[in-house]
Design a protein around this ligand. Sequence first.
Ligand code: NI
Length: 143
Amino acid sequence: MSKPILYITRKEHFNAAHKLYNNAWTPEQNEAVFGKCANANWHGHNFDLYVTVKGTPNPDTGFIMDLKLLKRIIKEEVIEHLDHRNLNEDVPFLKGVMPSIEHIATAIWQRIEPRLPENCRLHKVLLYETEQNFVEFYGEFGV
Ligand code: NI
């Protein structure tokens, strides 16, 4: 009998400050594109992060992946680096990157994916910036 493939998700949370501002543009252009996120003196968001892993359950544990391990990986690779930080200034792996949720989610994927056990794969990184605005990344890279 073929094995069932399931998706399991761990939710985490972090608070961080950022500013979306392109120095090559005028203040008016920045305001027009980024709105409140262009505010010169920073602002914060309560980010909700959902990390979904895909795999088949291990017959001995019934788990796709031990969620304690997934929790630890997310904490070590993401939360400890982003929580209560300024995403423009404080985070080496976001240095020189516009800290939009698109870019943050991509960086989160790249940090978590290499640390997963062999029998499961990272399926999705879902990152909420507000209740209304969120981004999903499935590890796809285009041209
Ligand atoms: Ni913002």
